[in-house]
Design a binder for this molecule. Sequence first.
Ligand code: OTU
Length: 632
Amino acid sequence: MLAVLPDHLRAEAARRLAGAEPVLRERLAGLYGERADFLPWLGDLMENIGRLHAARPAALRRQDLRRAAQADWFLSQRMLGYCAYVQCFGGTLDGVGRRIGHLRELGVSYLHLLPFLRPRAGENDGGFAVANFDEVDPALGSNADLEALTARLRGAGISLCSDFILNHVADDHAWARGARAGDPAMRAMFHVFPDRTLPDRYERTLGQVFPQAAPGNFSYVEELGGWVWTTFYPYQWDLNYANPAVFAAMAATMLRLANRGIDVFRLDSTAFLWKREGSDCMNQPEAHALLQALRAVVAIAAPGVLLKAEAIVPTRELPAYFGSAAAPECHIAYHSSLMAAGWAALAEQDTELLRRVVAATPALPPAASWLSYVRCHDDIGWNVLRAEAGAGDHAPGEPGADGADGGQAGGAAARLARVARFFSGADGSYAAGAAFQSSDPRAAHGSNGMAASLAGLETAPDDAARAAARRRLLLLHGLALSFGALPVLFMGDELAQRNDYGYSARPQHAMDSRWLQRPQFDQQRWAARHDGGGEAGQVYAALRRLVRLRQSRPELAAGAPLALLPSVDPAVLALARGERFLALLNFSAVPHTLDLPGRWTCLQDDRAMAGGATLEPYGMLWLARDDDAIST
Ligand code: OTU
């Protein structure tokens, strides 16, 4: 690797190599070491990593050095994320560049643009079926546009996050085309089975991601003369990471993208990378080994780049995605349990699930962060809460306490199914949303819908109901902003945008209700954002106030201490950050008055408070302690 570098890069690269190469070698040897050609393969891989490092633009190498000097830069309370589809937010990559002012006004320092690389022709799962990782989707711009955008964002202090869809490729990707044409090397990039014997054995323990729109985990492909593994849609072929050629090619792909200026990779569907018969083929040790190896590659060749785990898995499986001090993995991980539990708390008007999730969330390792959010482009998946939802009446250690046993899991599923029903608007609930993809009667649905619609803004009959809905929306954002994570706003939520029902008239989207929450950016609401009398303006102003408050409170940074305080009412969450900050969140439709020893300032309106605090229905207070530190 060092031999292919120009002289001026060698000393620094040698230092980084010394740090990361042992883990890389060990993990790859564990995965592929029994192959006769392992050492020459590893040599080629390292040489290629060297070439890609040599090709890294100078501006990015300078940024690498700055970030290396401050490894926890992304933990700051000043970090704020925003997530959008290019086509919805700016039309094109160039159009996104014209929205930088908007992002700055909100306080955004991290922009996640949903997939923008050349997708499969036809249906493509919102770009999550990639035909070519080396080419920007021509409908959105060119590679030059991408590089121009990353440079502009860098200039504005905004990091760009891109999906890196490493679990699967589209069925018209060059590898899939090669496999169909009979090229054995290309066929070996995938899991292909001549008949149903093995697929049937795997299916016994596999779950299903899209049981209605894409049942089963294998798809028959005529030209392959067999079944190919397709965890998601039939046109998304899972890659076979037991083949070292897949790892080498994907690692290089990632570095080429990094060299175009991408700062953060959202590693899509990370849990699914390794298959093992008899398991659900999620969260396998080899998947973690692969991620540790990828992290080492980044640490050597593009050390300013962050990896983010999109593993929508039970809370107890999440910490492993950070790896260990000796073998770090991802820098950031989605906390989908926290997100789902916030919504569940609204439906149940009770914070029990939320408290269990917080209790099950370990402290962050150094230089790592959770990602908190209220909504994203996917459904709210309820199944990640199975363990917490089943723990109900059980003391820890009692049978069923982890929600894993049949009967109790049934109870958990029924509970989560009630929550899902609530957000589909059933039983007179205020929510406007849709249940998503359920087949297993024991499994809970996911739920779709824009946050504002799920929170009740769409159905609210009068001003009082609208105000309550706005408070629900702000409550969940307040949780995401105060939890100690990188909070990521979902495009449109800052303006209380509602569901887009138009998807059902588009044949390529109609079967997937996640399109409910993928509207075009609403220009009119944007234009009215400073109108304090309007719905968009009220939400926008309140959200910006929270963002600004957060920026001024270092104790809200990711990794800073967090404690749940005992609260008078199960509907109220009392979240203390450090010694002087307290967030009180009321998830119920009734007001609550709490004793509050000491002197406090309500940060939202600078009001001095002493003795007690009253929370409106669905109200939230961010309080700063004026005198002694918080004791109990
Ligand atoms: C991810 O999601 C993406 O976020 C989805 O938009 C894609 O459809 C999917 O991968 C395939 O690329 O597996 O680990 O709605 O939560 O599909 C998380 C279900 C995933 C998603 C799930 C998901």
